[in-house]
Ligand binder design. Structure first.
Ligand code: ZN
Length: 314
């Protein structure tokens, strides 16, 4: 059942590529193309995943975990009660334990309450070959009712990872599914390895803030993200899964990735606010609304370049 459902995630990935305007097949690596290409004769595939996944497509052994914010940068919005930086670090450390148990080599961009510039985070990620980069964040909005999980990617090579992680996190969380989204966050845009940013819920939402502060839920988040990372390998060998998905026309294919055109009023307003504000790096500029690292990110990226990060939805 799980595998069956997982095929939906895979199908969703490719739908998303189309929706987002990514030229799906042409932007895939040669290896991925090979995996996606239809087979003339659908030979029966071995049953064990280890036999299915060619060595070259096995999961990366290095996972760079990026706990959002830290130090003077609390994350979130001004006046937010629960500091995002603490929640992200907690989940990141739990994720480290989960992944280490799986046999991954884990690198943390921060392992304590310190501020690490975005450029440094990216440099750490890019210093590893055959690695993946996973940023942990929590969301915030003035509108207290805003809630749910969303997962961001930027490069097409990151989409399978985003889909896999989101599938598990959103599937395992008792909160709304806000979908997989593409956005040019600095840490996603500047990384050369597959990079994903997970917004694990809204700390400005009473229910989700309560969840986020419970160690059981933090552990659950870490485990689901870890599962997504582990199962990402299945996305790399998609031919079998695609065939399965294609045969399941009665099942909606994008239950978790259907937010492509969803516009969060909080996000939209915050973008305008950010553009006009030349706020400096303190954790406060009171105009900002939304959260995520887009805050700190935009701070640093707008200083370097004026151009806004690319958005897919246009
Ligand atoms: Zn954040």
């Amino acid at each position: 059942m799980r595998r069956f459902v997982f095929t939906l995630a895979l199908a969703g990935s490719f739908i998303a590529m189309a929706v987002y305007g990514l030229s799906a097949p042409s932007s895939l690596s040669a290896r991925e193309k090979q995996a996606v290409a239809p087979r003339a004769t659908p030979a029966p595939r071995p049953q064990t995943p280890t036999a299915v996944i060619p060595e070259s497509s096995r999961p990366s052994t290095v996972v760079v975990i990026d706990a959002g914010h830290g130090g003077f940068d609390r994350g979130g919005i001004p006046g937010q009660r629960v500091p995002e930086k603490t929640m992200t670090l907690d989940v990141a450390q739990r994720l480290k334990a989960v992944l280490t148990a799986y046999g991954y080599r884990v690198v943390m961009t921060r392992d304590s309450d310190v501020f690490v510039p975005l450029g440094t985070r990216v440099a750490i990620a890019n210093s590893y070959r055959d690695a993946i980069f996973v940023c942990i964040h929590f969301n915030a909005a003035r509108r207290g009712s805003a809630n749910g999980i969303e997962t961001y990617f930027y490069s097409s090579q990151s989409l399978p990872l985003a889909s896999a992680i989101h599938y598990y996190v959103a599937g395992g969380a008792p909160t709304p599914n806000r979908g997989v989204r593409r956005r040019g966050f600095y840490v996603l845009r500047k990384t050369t390895i597959p990079a994903v940013l997970v917004e694990c819920g809204f700390l400005t939402n009473a229910t989700e803030a309560n969840f986020a502060q419970s160690s059981a839920y933090q552990q659950k988040l870490a485990e689901e993200i870890g599962r997504g990372i582990r199962e990402r390998s299945l996305v790399a060998s998609t031919s079998a899964a695609n065939r399965l998905a294609a045969n399941n026309t009665t099942v909606p294919l994008q239950p978790f990735i259907d937010q492509t055109h969803y516009r969060d009023p909080d996000l939209a307003r915050s973008k305008r606010g950010k553009r006009s504000s030349k706020s400096s790096s303190k954790s406060t500029s009171s105009k900002r609304k939304h959260s995520s690292d887009s805050d700190s990110e935009k701070r640093s990226s707008t200083r370097k370049k004026k151009s806004a990060p690319a958005q897919t939805e246009n």
